[in-house]
Write a protein that binds this ligand. Structure first.
Ligand code: PLP
Length: 405
């Protein structure tokens, strides 16, 4: 079969593939624990359920304008003013099918073939593929070994006349680190000086622990949205654990939003009004649900830290946000794909190889699930890898003995 070179070059989403593998194993009766996917287990907030049910029962489920329902835009504007201290007009907002489509539409709208986009490692798996789909070139900047925050000078060095954007994701998937405000400030200045877009993927910006906070890029510019090079991406998936509703949004200049609206109009025609109503309900509803989710995830993070403390050989940079940790497993094996495969085979635990995020030797562990999954999953990982841990364990109702070293 003849396929396009462009589409043929796009790799499968490793997290979704692993998720499917875990599902198939579970179907066969295996006691699989999925620490691969980043998806909170909370129920949809009531305000979102009520708003989307009302939309459904109205029977008025029709096309919306491609850039989104005005009432949802209003809620997004309010959210942006409250959280970013920025005045935004409806023409600066576009609603998308999740933050993933936000990123795709941005790249499609700003890149010419071979334009470069700087991606900071460790990075979310989809950035590189999205850039490639839009015929751009991802340019990866990696931090020094043992750190997850690249030096500003390294990023600056990667800028060329072909650079169109830098993607900044803080709190970061997969490491959970928050970039220091000084780095954000310098990046804002760099982007403004060089007329480069700074694409801030803020999807985890409310999921921060202890007293850590991700300072928004807008904080460091006096320019208004029309004149700034900052583009903000956000959505309801991680904020409210509403992954399946597929609602995200972009805050950008009017000109860029107009172009993205045309792209949307010719591709998806916009987001389902049922999903949009749910997002509106969540944004206008009680925000204590966000805090409750954050505290539950922070508790999971603390359990993970506790479990990893007694794990000889594992090195971890403490996550300050998101629901991921990216421990360094090189003491066991340099090859993260082999580590993840081994853990699935022996311990029936799904993790994601760090190689996928540009951080070989590490694995990503998601602690977005239940306390039981996090505790038991880490016990199993320790059992499989750490010769100092007890060599017997129950996986489901099977008693397992570690007979390898
Ligand atoms: N950006 C990052 C960093 C993510 O981790 C994810 C999802 O895992 C997304 C964007 C996509 O979010 P959505 O589900 O809204 O498309």
């Amino acid at each position: 079969m003849r396929l396009s070179k462009l589409a043929g070059g796009i790799v499968e989403s490793p997290t979704l593939a692993l998720n499917e593998e875990a599902r198939l194993l579970r179907e066969r009766g295996e006691a699989v624990i999925n620490l691969g996917i980043g998806e909170p287990r909370n129920k949809t907030p009531l305000a979102a359920i009520l708003a989307s049910s009302a939309k459904l029962t109205s029977g008025e489920v029709k096309y919306t304008t491609p850039d989104g329902l005005p009432s949802l835009k209003k809620a997004v504007i309010h959210y942006t003013e409250e959280n970013y201290n920025r005045l935004v007009s409806p023409e600066n907002v576009i609603i998308t099918n999740g933050a993933k489509q936000s990123l795709f539409n941005i790249m499609y709208s700003i890149l010419n073939p071979q334009d470069e986009v700087i991606v900071i490692a460790p990075y979310w798996v989809s950035y590189r593929e999205i850039i490639k789909m839009c015929m751009g070139k991802p340019v990866v900047v990696s931090p020094e070994d043992g750190t997850f925050i690249p030096r500003f000078e390294e990023i600056k060095k990667a800028v060329t006349p072909s650079t169109r954007a830098i993607i900044v994701n803080s709190p970061n998937n997969p490491s959970g680190v928050i970039y220091p405000p000084e780095l954000i400030e310098k990046l804002v200045a760099l982007c403004e000086n060089k007329s480069i877009y700074m694409v801030c993927d803020d999807i985890y910006h409310k999921l921060t622990f202890d007293n850590h906070r991700a300072v928004p890029a807008f904080h460091f510019t006096k320019n208004d949205i029309e004149n700034s090079h900052i583009i903000v991406v956000n959505g309801v998936a991680k904020l409210y654990g509403m992954t399946g509703f597929r609602v995200g949004w972009v805050i950008a200049s009017r000109q860029l939003v107009r172009v993205m609206a045309n792209v949307t109009a010719q591709t998806t025609s916009g987001v389902s009004p049922v999903g949009q109503a749910a997002a509106e309900g969540a944004l206008n509803g009680l925000q204590s649900v966000v805090d409750a989710l954050r505290l539950q995830i922070q508790n999971n993070r603390d359990i993970l830290l506790q479990e990893l403390k007694s794990f000889s050989g594992v090195r971890l940079i403490e996550p300050q946000g998101t629901f991921y940790a990216l421990p360094d497993m090189r003491a066991f094996n340099q090859n993260s794909v082999e580590v993840s495969r081994f853990l699935l085979e022996k311990a029936r635990v799904v993790t994601v190889p760090g190689k996928e995020f540009g951080m070989e030797g590490h694995i990503r562990i998601s602690y977005s699930g239940s306390v039981k999954d996090v505790t038991e999953g880490l016990e199993r990982i320790k059992w499989a890898l750490d010769p100092n841990s007890p060599n017997e364990i129950y996986i489901g109702d099977k008693r397992m003995i570690r007979d390898w070293s």
